[in-house]
Design a binder for this molecule. Structure first.
Ligand code: DX5
Ligand code: ZN
Length: 248
């Protein structure tokens, strides 16, 4: 069964469906570099580099020092980043009570807002709020959270952000068990033919990206792999060239 993924129809055609061959659709990975690993003293230059590159989305990590043991940046910085690009701004909220800030992130220019299942006792309400503000809704799950905990919201969301490290820091090692979680989630989504994207976040490298995509990921978030490489643009292109085939 082919799951034609959601999103801008033109981008979907150009980016997701490379070509149809021998009864298979070849999907290219969506690449979402995480600005957390960027040089913030040169933020404008880093954003322009991403904008000129083949990166599909800007992944923006917001941390509150409460849900995760680290503080990053908030809507004010995102507002500046928004001015540098028309690419989708994919905002990953690692914060408690995200409902207090959803509107502010919308105003700052977020296109997608992802909240953590572990931070949201009223998750369904959070999803409705994000959608009512005209943004795509994502739900992130930590490494200890089973994929099955998403069953009752999968039909309401656009993105699952499957954390392959414990949230809070960049440059951590990919947790190998994440691969079986990706496959399990892929099966759930495909069995129900849902237009939900699987985004994998944490420890993605040029070495493991092929396995991650083969397991069923649609979106690769990459911070250090992109920004600490010699040629970030080329690294983005290499990640984006990773493909997966699905039977018709
Ligand atoms: C971790 C963040 C990630 C992080 C990824 O809490 O959600 O997006 O920036 O960084 P790398 O790719 O370096 O693991
Ligand atoms: Zn993230």
């Amino acid at each position: 069964m082919v799951n034609l993924r959601k999103g801008n129809p033109i981008l979907r055609c150009v980016r997701l469906v490379l070509f149809i061959l021998h009864g298979k659709i070849i999907y290219m990975a969506i690449v979402a570099p995480s600005l957390l690993a960027a040089d913030f003293l040169r933020l404008e230059r880093e954003c322009k580099m991403l904008d000129d590159s083949e990166a599909d989305w800007f992944h923006l990590d917001v941390m509150d020092g409460r849900f995760v043991p680290n503080i990053s940046y908030g809507p004010m910085i995102i507002e500046f980043i928004r001015k540098t690009t028309r690419k989708p701004c994919d905002v990953h909220l690692m914060i408690l009570e995200p409902e207090k800030f959803a509107e502010e992130f919308k105003k700052a220019g977020a296109d997608h807002v992802t909240v953590h299942i572990e931070a949201c006792p009223n998750l369904h309400r959070n999803i409705q709020q994000i959608k009512s503000l005209g943004m795509q809704a994502g739900v992130a799950i930590n490494p200890h959270t089973p994929v099955t905990s998403l069953i009752d919201v999968l039909q309401d969301i656009d993105i699952v952000c499957l954390m392959s490290v414990n949230p809070g820091y960049g440059a951590q090692k990919f947790i190998p068990h994440s691969l079986s979680k990706i496959s399990e989630l892929r099966k759930l989504i495909d069995n129900w033919n849902l237009p939900v994207l699987i985004e994998v976040d944490g420890g993605v490298t040029l070495e493991n990206a092929k396995d991650i995509v083969a397991a069923g990921a649609d979106v690769l978030v990459a911070g250090n792999t992109v920004f600490k490489s010699k040629d970030p643009r080329a690294t983005i292109s290499q990640l984006r060239a990773i493909q997966t085939a699905k039977s018709l």
